[in-house]
Design a protein around this ligand. Structure first.
Ligand code: COI
Length: 369
């Protein structure tokens, strides 16, 4: 675990009205995902020519914006998501935050936004986690979810990159992403909508990608499914992602366990959990592959019994098994609709690592407190 000690360039103005211990305890009981927010937030302004200004940590609350702010019209907005975990020894550490800092820069470049220096990203997180440390849940499976975001704030209706931006960081104690907990989900293969096309914004974590996914998500619900599965925009046959998460397929081949995830073609989000699971699978002695996988292969491998499990992964929900797959062409069951041993093992190893219960052999944890 690497220790991080630098001092943030932020003015710290603690809230005059933080939640009482009782109120905090009440709000942290079964927090779900993204519904409860801590006492503070961080704001750092950017101005073309002047660069990043002095930041401020202050009481969590509404921000005032000009209704002409370009983010409200043209969607120049990016975000990230990573977590801080209570450790067995009482300290607090976060998981691969520098990977999120770098992806935030990649997203910024794609959206013609300024790149936030990695140190500023990490300093803002350290400052907020330190200030709101009482909001870091202690149970395994619960964590403090950090949500950095950047928005374009020029009050101008011309379509061009903004000259002013605001970086914000908020934090949310979180438990299970899906209301049903870690139960297998039913997915709908979307043939009417695509999430991303070559040359588009699929690899960036920008707000518009999520806005454009909602109608397909609603269609999936209408088909009795929990989540949508995205196919590639050109051939409409290669699997890309599930909802806002990456997807894995598990094969049993000649006595060997093989985990396969779609390769990063530029239209997929390069998930930090995805990358970590590829490594953790290899640590288990399994083979890990990044390649294209078509819906025909998916169906055939299930029918032939070669594919034993399917699961999705992301920071928010960690690992979510897929129990059933529906499309206009059919309806397939995966592993009898149950969570399989590979998904269960990877989830256990990842959570244990994140909570400091097993050695951090890859140096993924950054100690905050
Ligand atoms: C994640 O899986 O962490 C995501 O990015 C989903 C998030 C937008 C809630």
């Amino acid at each position: 675990m690497s220790a991080a000690t630098s001092t943030p360039i932020l003015d710290i103005h603690p809230s005059a009205h933080p939640a009482s211990a009782e109120e905090r305890a009440r709000r942290m009981t079964n927090p779900g995902f993204g519904r409860v927010f801590t006492d503070h937030m961080v704001l750092i302004p950017y101005k073309e020519g002047a660069g990043w200004g002095r930041g401020e940590l202050k009481a969590y609350g509404p921000i005032e914006m000009d209704p002409a702010s370009s983010v409200l019209h043209y969607g120049q907005a990016i975000f990230e998501g990573f977590k801080a975990y209570h450790q067995k020894d009482g300290s607090v550490a976060s998981f691969r935050p520098e990977a999120n800092a770098r992806r935030f820069q990649t997203s910024a470049r794609r959206l013609a936004m300024p790149e936030l220096p990695e140190e500023l990203f990490l300093d803002s997180a350290r400052a907020l986690i330190r200030q709101d440390r009482a909001w870091v849940p202690s149970a395994v499976g619960e964590s403090l979810y950090l949500r950095p975001l950047m928005i374009a704030t020029d009050a101008l209706l011309g379509v061009r990159p903004s000259s002013e931006y605001l970086y914000l960081l908020i934090a949310s104690p979180s438990g299970s992403y899906f209301p049903q907990g870690v139960k297998p989900v039913t997915v709908w293969i979307s043939e009417d909508y695509v999430r991303a096309a070559p040359g588009g914004t699929g690899f960036a974590k920008c707000a518009g990608n999520y806005a454009a996914s909602l109608v397909a998500q609603r269609q999936a619900k209408g088909e009795g499914c929990d989540q949508v599965v995205w196919l590639d925009a050109i051939h409409r046959k290669y699997v890309e992602e599930m909802g806002g998460m990456n997807i894995f397929f598990v094969y049993r081949e000649k006595g060997e366990t093989v985990v396969v995830t779609p390769e990063l073609t530029g239209t997929l989000l390069p998930g930090v959990t995805r990358d970590s699971l590829l490594q953790l699978a290899k640590d288990q002695g399994w083979r890990a592959e990044e390649r294209k996988i078509s819906t025909d292969e998916w169906e055939a491998a299930l029918q032939e019994g070669r594919m034993t499990e399917v699961f999705a992964c992301g920071t928010a929900a960690v690992i979510t098994p897929v129990g059933r797959v529906k499309s206009r062409k059919g309806d397939w069951l995966v592993n009898g609709g149950e969570t399989g041993p590979v998904a269960a093992k990877l989830r256990e190893v990842l959570l244990n690592l994140q909570h400091g219960l097993i050695p951090d052999t890859h140096g993924w944890m950054t100690r905050i407190l």
